[in-house]
Write a protein that binds this ligand. Structure first.
Ligand code: PRT
Ligand code: ZN
Length: 296
């Protein structure tokens, strides 16, 4: 793989559950990605960065080695890597809100499960042997961990193991194989990671530009702009209700003495219940608007 030293390198999954979301996030951050999906790399036209399309399992290694400055990967893959590497060199910059799943231990329907002690002396098939081992150690359980690279849910039927530990989202796969989840070992989602290896000054500058853009995208996903009118005596209660709003702007309303317009960026979800509370506190003409871009 040819590596251009003057550009940032961002590793994302080539094809799989995280690919479209990862590309989408970078696009929302304003990166225009050049090539088709099947290439190994793609140039970003309007930012000094190249994308590397790889297996998700390779992303922690690339970032830790400094081959790529950034990567997007599931916490499950990242933790399994970190538990095995003597000196993992990356930091998690942000949780990205996609690729959500849980790593769960499951038992055949017929097995009476009564807490981790039930696993004592048993065999657990998994693609995440280090994470499972940590769970067993934390619970002072001795059991055999059998590493499988796929089709883990078949292990009990094939008598390879009595339990499995696998990723679950809807639970349909476990159910179809006569298994039920009994322990959650890890809650996972995709995260943005950055290498901890030193970068040249210009690269470091570009890297922080990229991070602040991505932070902006993540912030706008939840954030809303709220505008409302309120009498002065209700202002204190209303500003306390506004979710995640710092220092709202308060302006006098023309022609209505004692009445004010309140404008605020709310950095948390705004629900109908919140609007009802605001109204109950004396607010009127409440508007909630999406925010397209934000840079803090
Ligand atoms: O080729 P490459 O190695 O890059 O891809 P991969 O096949 O290893 O990974 P991929 O694309 O399947 O998943 C990438 C990441 O998505 C995982 O590492 C997780 O962080 C996340 N993710 C989210 C999931 C799931 N949800 C998920 N449900 N990864 C896998 N699954 C599988 C699970 O292993 C099981 O086989 O889906 C099945 C269970 O799904 P339900 O809905 O039946 O519970
Ligand atoms: Zn993989």
């Amino acid at each position: 793989m040819f590596v251009d030293e003057s550009r940032l390198h961002i590793a994302i999954q080539k094809s799989g559950r995280l690919s479209d979301y990862s590309r989408g996030l970078l696009r929302d951050a304003g990166l225009r990605i050049q090539n088709g999906k099947n290439d190994l790399t793609a140039r970003v036209e309007n930012f000094p960065a190249d994308l590397m399309f790889v297996r998700d399992d390779d992303i922690p290694t690339f970032v830790s080695d400094g081959v790529c400055e950034f990567g997007i990967v599931g916490e499950n893959v990242l933790q399994e890597f970190a538990l095995g590497d003597l000196e993992p060199r990356f930091e998690i910059l942000a949780r990205l809100g996609f690729g959500r799943c849980s790593l769960r231990i499951a038992a055949p329907e017929a097995v009476a499960y009564d807490g981790p002690a039930t696993l004592q002396g048993g065999r657990i098939a998994t693609s995440y042997p280090r994470i499972v081992r940590r769970f067993l150690d934390d619970n002072c359980i001795e059991a055999t961990v059998v590493k499988m690279n796929g089709a883990v849910e078949l292990a009990p039927r094939l008598q390879i193991a009595s339990f499995v530990c696998d990723l679950v989202s809807t639970g349909a796969t476990l159910e179809a194989n006569g298994l039920r989840p009994v322990e959650t070992v890890l809650e996972s989602e995709a995260v943005l990671i950055r290498t901890s290896r030193p970068m040249a000054d210009t690269k470091a500058e570009q890297a922080s530009r990229l991070v602040s853009r991505i932070d902006g995208v993540l912030a706008t996903k939840e954030s809303k702009y709220i505008m409302l009118n309120a009498p002065s005596e209700a202002l204190q209660e209303i500003t306390a209700i506004l979710p995640g709003a710092e220092a709202p702007t308060i302006l006098p309303l023309h022609g209505r003495p004692g009445h004010f317009a309140v404008h605020a960026v709310c950095q948390e979800s705004v629900f109908w219940e919140t609007l009802q509370k605001l109204k109950g506190a004396g607010a009127s003409a409440i508007l909630v608007l999406p925010i397209e871009k934000m840079m803090m």
